[in-house]
Design a protein around this ligand. Structure first.
Ligand code: C2E
Ligand code: MG
Ligand code: MG
Ligand code: MG
Length: 299
């Protein structure tokens, strides 16, 4: 009996082992597969950019767009960035991926210019890891030269958390980007811990208020307080504010009344393919600058 009991315990132990190991293996295997797929996605041309219009609050006219990456996986279909940017960041793949995004956005800006579209700002997201690479400025400069993009029409969106990393004084690096003729926006503003003193020293043109603060406007008192504070801070620092995730007329009205410069959100348009964006813009011009909020169609 003693032997049987020991045998059972061993069996149970082995079963326990077998219970956990395959699951962990499956997760690791899945992650590895995704990593390999992502590594090849750039070479295989599986990435593409969508462009979400940005509207000037005062005039209601579009002044630019944000380039947002998508992955068309051969088996899984369209994968949104939230499902692969974190993996790209943890594996370092964000560096080549981010460079692809910048090059593609610059290439598109040149194509639109050649097609006679009005000169619009194309905003490009830059990940912290990318921004902190010592050769980042050199890379950006090379992509601008290679594509012939007008730096005045390219805006780099750098997250608040990327700028709040200790150590290095990043204002010098930001100034080098400004010297290239680019404009800089602080993305996801309000989610980090930027000190006002630090912000003041940075050559940043625009603050992008994070969607999480816009969602519950105008009803939510805390979000209203954060938004108002951001707007008055921006005014005092001579920066502009872009509100993200504007979905309702009430949010639009609330932000406009408080001097928000620009907006982006489903109320105006979802992110669009390059062709759909050009058509949207043409349709907008045909309407003689009457924004048609609420006519946004799904991507
Ligand atoms: P983000 O830079 O803050 O971009 C704004 C996100 O909000 C986009 O999601 C956009 O589609 C979404 N959005 C805009 N308006 C609305 C709205 O009215 N309602 C709602 N519910 N959502 C709205 P998306 O395209 O899924 O991108 C998510 C995040 O992935 C981006 O946040 C950015 O952090 C990251 N990302 C996207 N493309 C790139 C890229 O090329 N490089 C890097 N490093 N990150 C990227
Ligand atoms: Mg952004
Ligand atoms: Mg943002
Ligand atoms: Mg975000």
């Amino acid at each position: 009996h003693a032997d049987t009991a020991m045998y059972s315990a061993k069996e149970a132990g082995r079963n326990n082992y077998q219970f956990f190991a395959p699951e962990m293996n499956a997760r690791a295997t899945e992650r590895l597969r995704m990593e390999n797929d992502l590594r090849r996605a750039i070479e295989r041309n599986e990435l593409l950019l969508h462009y979400q219009p940005q509207i000037e609050a005062a005039s209601g006219a579009p002044y630019g767009c944000e380039a947002l990456v998508r992955w068309i996986h051969p088996e899984r279909g369209l994968i949104p960035p939230d499902q692969f940017i974190p993996l790209a960041e943890s594996t370092g793949l964000i560096v080549p991926l981010g460079e692809w995004v910048l090059r593609e956005a610059c290439r598109q800006q040149v194509a639109w210019r050649r097609a006679g579209l009005p000169d619009l700002v194309v905003a490009v997201n830059i990940s912290a890891l990318q921004f902190h690479k010592p050769d980042f400025v050199t890379k950006v400069s090379a992509v601008l030269a290679e594509t012939g993009a007008d730096p005045a029409s390219i805006e780099l969106e750098i997250t608040e958390s990327a700028l709040m990393q200790p150590g290095e004084d990043l204002s010098a690096r930001l100034l080098q980007l400004v010297d290239l003729g680019l404009t800089l926006a602080l993305d996801d503003f309000g989610t980090g811990y930027s000190s006002l003193a630090y912000l003041k020293r940075l050559p940043i043109t625009r603050l992008k208020i994070d969607r999480s603060f816009v969602d519950d406007l105008p009803g939510n008192a805390e979000d209203a307080a954060v938004t108002s504070a951001a707007l008055s801070l921006a005014r005092d620092l001579g920066m502009q504010v872009v509100a993200e995730g504007v979905e309702t007329h009430a949010q639009h009205a609330y932000l406009t009344e408080r001097g928000c410069h620009a907006m982006q959100g489903y109320l105006f348009s979802r992110p669009l393919t390059a062709d759909a964006f050009a058509k949207w813009l043409a349709g907008f011009d045909a309407c003689a600058h009457t924004p048609a909020p609420g006519t946004a169609r799904p991507e």
